[in-house]
Design a protein around this ligand. Structure first.
Ligand SMILES: Cc1ncc(COP(=O)(O)O)c(C=O)c1O
Length: 412
């Protein structure tokens, strides 16, 4: 496939429904009244303490975004050299890493969309300093294997836990505490579903010493205000806004575009990490207090959806493995014949929003010359997957509607 068709394919997303029969794919957890809590005092210490308990770590630095944590690991903790990361990754974060590090290298993914330890191992050289493992879509990466690999080569393991909720265990260890450090994001499309904000977690006292000594800028109230507006409007009000004729341009908006092209590969030559804003921290704290309920609803929905679709030969569903907990931040299905766009179109006609994410970095022109392993699985899984709206706000009847609509669409 040439670069032009690659770019066109990256932009292609299923149409938005004319009328939503189910909640949007990304479902905000935060509520406007959560903002009032900010009036009750500074919630940051309590939030940091609670996060430490939920992810099984000693130290938590609250930040404006997860990517600020990546920056600090390089600039404050001095973890430079080369990092190995999956090609199936968030473009702005990879742009930042590439600008700040001597080099990056792209590994393939396993059948769960997470970095494949065998592929990562093939890329290790004497310049490698860290492996960045994303728990993609809420499924834990193969942490025991990655930890062994990192220890065997004397390199760091960093968990990109932006999709991973707290209290997910592998044997008696919590996901988030396997890495030398872990990154969290509180954004609306992440497990907490709040208003941006993030954290850097670690159990390593020496690392903590250098990270916590780094001078951080205060968060901008302007950005926080904008985010309050966009995270609410873009998701909670989207089904209604899209009915307005002048919002048609928005309906045609391509969700993947910001991650693919409009985010310049030249950005982040300079980067300034900020502290979290107290408003963001207050909302994140409220969302965290509701997290157990939320996780339970998501698990119930995922189980019901899994049961409803299990017999369909056209689909592969999220795989269950005891050592790979899944908090179902997203529910990906894999269309064996690659017809995800057609399924997305038919589901949109039934009032159901779908999409896919993370156009593989090695397939993007600006990253084509990054050192990499063979990407067989990344390319296949990326081309075949579609995300279904099975979040906590989708009611049981909504899941049943989704099951029927998928069955009808595949048989049509
Ligand atoms: C996989 C992944 N990693 C990292 C990030 C960066 O998170 P933040 O926006 O908090 O910097 C994102 C954001 O969408 C992401 O999807």
């Amino acid at each position: 496939m040439n670069a032009r068709t690659d770019r066109q394919e990256a932009k292609l997303q299923p149409p938005k429904p004319g009328r939503y029969r189910l909640p949007t794919l990304v479902q905000p957890n935060w509520r406007p009244r959560d903002l009032l809590v900010a009036l009750g005092g500074d919630p940051r210490e309590e939030l940091a303490t609670l996060l430490c308990a939920r992810y099984g770590v000693r130290h938590c630095l609250l930040l404006d975004r997860a990517r600020s944590g990546m920056y600090l690991l390089i600039r404050a903790a001095g973890i430079g050299g080369e990092w190995i990361l999956p090609s199936f990754m968030h473009r702005p974060s990879v742009v930042l890493l590439r600008q700040q590090l001597a080099a990056i290298a792209f590994a393939d993914i396993d059948p769960h969309f997470c970095i494949d330890p065998v592929s990562a191992e093939r890329l290790i050289t004497r310049n490698t300093r860290a492996i960045l493992a994303t728990h993609s879509y809420g499924k834990a990466a193969d942490l025991p294997a990655l930890r062994r690999l990192a220890d065997a080569h004397g390199i760091m393991l960093i968990e990109n836990a932006v999709h991973m909720a707290g209290r997910q265990r592998i044997r008696d260890r919590i996901v988030g505490s396997f890495g030398d450090a872990a990154l969290l994001s509180f954004n609306v499309d992440k497990p907490l579903g709040a208003i941006l904000g993030g954290a850097l977690l670690t159990n390593d006292n020496a690392l903590w010493g250098s990270l916590s000594a780094f001078p951080l800028e205060y968060a901008s109230i302007r950005e926080t205000r904008e985010r309050i507006f966009t995270t609410y409007m873009a998701y909670r009000l989207k089904p209604w806004l899209l009915r307005l004729p002048f919002m048609r341009a928005y309906r045609a908006a391509v969700d993947g575009a910001a991650e693919v092209e409009s985010f310049s590969a030249e950005r982040y030559r300079k980067y300034t990490p900020h502290r979290i804003h107290p408003l963001q921290a207050a909302v994140a704290l409220q969302c965290l207090r509701r997290e157990d309920q939320l996780l339970q609803r998501r698990a119930e929905n995922a189980e019901r959806l899994q049961r409803g679709l299990a017999d369909l030969e056209e689909l592969d569903l999220p795989l269950h493995e005891p050592e790979r907990p899944h908090c179902h931040t997203y529910f990906p299905v894999i269309l064996r014949d690659g017809s995800r766009f057609r399924l997305g179109e038919r589901l949109a006609a039934a009032g159901i929003e779908t999409k896919w994410r993370y156009y593989p970095m090695h397939m993007q022109a600006a990253f084509a010359n990054v050192r990499r392993d063979v990407m067989a699985r990344t390319e296949i899984l990326w081309r075949q997957h579609l995300l279904l709206p099975a979040g906590a706000r989708t009611a049981t009847q909504g899941i049943d509607h989704l099951v029927k609509a998928v069955r009808r669409a595949l048989r049509a």
